[in-house]
Design a protein around this ligand. Structure first.
Ligand SMILES: CC(C)(COP(=O)(O)OP(=O)(O)OC[C@H]1O[C@@H](n2cnc3c(N)ncnc32)[C@H](O)[C@@H]1OP(=O)(O)O)[C@@H](O)C(=O)NCCC(=O)NCCS
Length: 231
């Protein structure tokens, strides 16, 4: 497997796809409640004109989240899942409740594409004193490979540095999870190394690649995105 290198540069293909993909908007101040009848539905293709937002998670998002949390390919490298409905509801309720915690350490968002929930991302504050954070993200398998995972990660980093004033944000992934390590490399995060046997998952002990980015490295020059504060 190719381990992404430090501060990966942006090739012509990457630049072209970045231009073609509209940026997402983070809407953390208030939940945007979208009432629609297709909460299990997921568009197969992200169209350029589709509105993309990252919204504070709400209780009614659980069916959409369950539409991927119940799938084995979505949790292939995770300690959880495939989820029962009750497990997904419990997870979503915990994520919603965390927005009322003082101090708040967990910030959970759903990614919407033209109104449909197609993924989610979380930012965990691991230390307020040391200004350390961690991001995680997941995308419905039906829309993998369309830039959504990278865009969720980018907005989470912008939120962590711009809104929360973090100094370092890290992420981990299974070495076999090529999609995730590609996302982290595309975000300009540095591959720091590997930790051995960090989690016991369905097929045995898994290792974790560790990636990080520091506040003065964000945003990487080529990305030049607005911070969440400016969205
Ligand atoms: C990891 C995950 C979030 C990636 O989401 P995504 O929306 O498909 O990611 P992107 O489309 O932004 O892909 C980023 C790059 O990785 C590549 N990529 C994505 N999945 C890949 C795979 N399985 N193998 C090889 N490359 C892959 C994409 O082609 C893209 O590169 P490009 O822009 O040069 O074409 C998604 O696969 C997922 O939800 N997996 C299950 C949950 C998970 O593992 N979360 C991460 C926790 S560590």
């Amino acid at each position: 497997m190719v381990i992404p290198t430090v501060g990966v540069g942006r090739g012509p293909r990457e630049r072209a796809s970045a231009q073609a993909r509209p940026e997402w908007t983070v809407r953390a101040a208030r939940p945007v409640i979208t009432v629609h009848d297709r909460r299990h539905a997921c568009p197969a293709v992200a169209r350029p004109g589709d509105r993309r937002t990252l919204d504070k998670i709400a209780s009614e998002d659980w069916p959409a989240i369950h539409s991927w949390a119940c799938r084995s390919e979505a949790c292939r490298y995770q300690v959880w899942g495939p989820n029962t409905e009750a497990q997904t509801q419990e997870f979503v309720e915990g994520a919603v409740r965390a927005w009322s915690d003082t101090p708040q350490r967990r910030f959970s968002f759903v990614a919407r594409l033209a109104g449909d929930v197609v993924g989610m991302g979380e930012l965990h504050v691991r230390s307020r004193v040391q200004r350390q954070g961690e991001i995680t993200y997941i995308v419905h398998p039906q829309v993998w490979g369309q830039g959504i995972g990278t865009q969720i990660g980018r907005q989470l980093l912008g939120y962590g540095f711009g809104e929360l004033g973090l100094h370092r944000i890290h992420a981990t992934c299974d070495p076999r999870n090529v999609g995730s390590s590609q996302v982290l490399a595309k975000l300009g995060m540095t591959h720091e190394g590997s930790l051995r046997h960090t989690q016991l998952i369905r097929d045995g002990w898994r290792d974790s690649l560790v990636f990080s980015v520091l506040e003065d490295e964000w945003p990487p020059p080529a990305q030049g995105m607005p911070s969440a504060r400016n969205c």
